[in-house]
Design a protein around this ligand. Structure first.
Ligand SMILES: Nc1ncnc2c1ncn2[C@@H]1O[C@H](COP(=O)(O)OP(=O)(O)O)[C@@H](O)[C@H]1O
Ligand SMILES: O=P(O)(O)OC[C@H](O)CO
Length: 499
């Protein structure tokens, strides 16, 4: 009997849905499963997830991916994990039960703590060690918030009874039946507790944020066998061999292996990452320095522009305003008007991330006239993704001192051709959309596959990148400048809104 084909299974735990995708050697998806799970908004600006919903949806999609492809778990040679980053979960070491809902990366609940720490003039130390800005986005203040708001939890954490993990670590713990308390350098680099130079948790940062070391996971590279799944979950024990935060995984999945290569992902938020090679670049323009990945002893760093709300604004048109029934309908609605007619939408629902870092900004729609229609709302929501990307690209080019001639894109919202064309026009760069847009899952699959020699090296992976469509700039300079200056004015209206 011929030997059954072998594959890599990738788990992609995103902000709004869990996905599992099986990939073959050509980097093409063979089968998949996807499941949305509830978003919890306890108070304005605060966002939570139920960790059990994260786990059950992720496990269900992994099983579905195997079923849909009529695959046996024996055909899966390794499993890779990628995840929404920064989102913070604490669980009981003995029972594996989460002690509270996860605090999601978007949550602003710890913004006041960050304000207080800023007054203590700690920002520069934090920035120098972590590459990050002092913002509620990252995990450290979320951990302390949980430890201080649940009676007795801090003492238990100090005794090593309570564990912390970003979503990758929680999944690894569950997948291994509680054998692994492990994260990878790319996820660790988003916590504000990890020193990106020494590649270790940092005692001074642990003191600043008041987080006990005993609760932190062991930090490993992005491509190695960490352990195995328990047999009961998928039918076989599968090596867990790759792990990276979703934006780093997407950068890897896009084949941005060399310095100067960049990608932008358009999902719930927008995240542009530029590979800066083996030395961390320092931004002077509001970008983050982050670890891209570590393979063997080689660490690759990236500059990152993190935009909090992108596709989520389209979800808001759908769920909050009821203007559309499904996200893709936004394209037709937006195309029904020729321009924004002066209407701008700044979707600062949870403040503004890069390059503004204004936790007190809030959403604004400006430039409305009696002639404005829902089509203008749709157009303005799409254009907002492109404007925010322009803000970030301008910062990145200023930091890197080079102009990008093309940008690789991925994520759910890149299906929108109108937005992609507008993006190219506004940036004046070629926008390249690959055939496989599930680059996040693909990146995690690549990291796992490299660890078990399913793929040999980067050359194997580079060959797999195939262009679906290129969008070339067509707009005049005058129109581009005019549109963008309107956006800058609109951003000013949204900034510093909350007292
Ligand atoms: N055709 C479309 N045009 C614009 N936005 C879209 C379109 N299709 C999906 N989206 C948006 O893309 C996002 C989903 O992309 P995805 O990459 O799955 O996100 P995430 O990984 O953050 O959950 C949603 O916010 C959705 O509103
Ligand atoms: O789940 P996504 O794709 O919106 O990504 C979330 C980011 O990792 C947050 O930093």
């Amino acid at each position: 009997m011929p030997e059954a084909a072998q594959y890599i299974l990738s788990l992609d735990q995103g902000t709004t849905s869990s996905r599992a995708i099986v990939f073959g050697r050509d980097g093409r998806p063979v089968s998949s499963g996807q499941q949305e799970f509830p978003q919890i908004y306890p108070t304005p600006g605060h966002v939570e997830h139920d960790p059990e919903a994260i786990w059950s949806s992720q496990l269900a999609t992994a099983r579905r991916a195997l079923e849909n492809g009529k695959l046996s778990a024996r055909q899966i040679v390794a499993l890779g994990i990628t995840n929404q980053r920064e989102t913070t979960i604490l669980w009981d070491k003995k029972t594996g039960t989460p002690v509270a809902n996860a605090i999601v990366w978007q949550s602003r609940i710890t913004a006041p703590v960050c304000e207080r720490l800023k007054k203590e003039a700690l920002e520069e130390t934090i920035r120098q060690k972590t590459g990050l800005v002092l913002d509620a986005y990252f995990s450290a203040t979320k951990i302390a918030h949980l430890l201080d708001s649940i009676t007795g939890l801090r003492a238990r954490a100090e005794r090593g009874e309570i564990l912390f993990g970003t979503v990758d670590a929680f999944l690894m713990w569950r997948l291994s039946g509680g054998n692994l308390h492990v994260t990878d350098v790319s996820n660790a680099s988003r916590t504000l507790l990890f020193n990106i130079h020494t590649l270790d948790w940092d005692d001074e940062l642990l003191r600043i944020f008041n987080v006990p070391r005993a609760m932190l996971p062991e930090v490993k590279s992005c491509s190695e066998i960490y352990g195995h799944t328990t047999k009961d979950l998928l039918g076989e024990s599968i090596p867990i061999a790759g792990c990276a935060g979703d934006q780093q995984a997407a950068t890897f999945g896009q084949g941005c292996f060399g310095p100067g290569e960049a990608k932008n992902t358009y999902g719930t938020g927008c995240f542009m990452l530029l590979n800066t090679g083996s030395t961390p670049a320092v931004s002077k323009h509001g970008l983050l320095t982050t670890i891209g990945w570590k393979i063997g002893d080689t660490t690759t760093y990236c500059l990152e522009g993190a935009v909090f709300i992108a596709g989520a604004a389209v979800q808001w048109l759908r769920d909050g305003l009821g203007l559309i029934a499904k996200s893709p309908e936004v394209e037709q609605l937006a195309a029904s008007v020729k321009s924004n007619d002066g209407v701008y939408f700044v979707p600062a629902f949870v403040g503004l991330g890069a390059p503004y870092w204004d936790p007190n900004a809030r959403g604004a729609i400006v430039g409305l006239t009696r002639g404005s229609t829902k089509a203008h709302f749709a157009r303005a929501a799409l254009e907002a993704m492109a404007y925010q990307t322009r803000d970030v690209l301008d910062a990145m080019q200023a930091d890197a001192g080079v102009a990008l001639s093309s940008l690789r894109v991925d994520g759910g919202a890149t299906a929108n051709n109108l937005m992609m064309q507008f993006q190219s026009d506004l940036l004046d760069v070629r926008v390249l959309r690959p055939v496989v847009q599930e680059t996040t899952a693909l990146g995690a699959a690549y990291l796992a596959g490299l660890a078990v020699d399913y793929w040999t090296d980067f050359r194997d992976l580079t060959r797999n990148w195939v262009l679906d469509r290129e969008f070339a700039p067509q707009m005049s300079i005058a129109e581009r400048d005019d549109l963008y200056s309107g956006w800058k004015k609109a951003v000013k209206c949204a900034q510093h809104w909350v007292d």
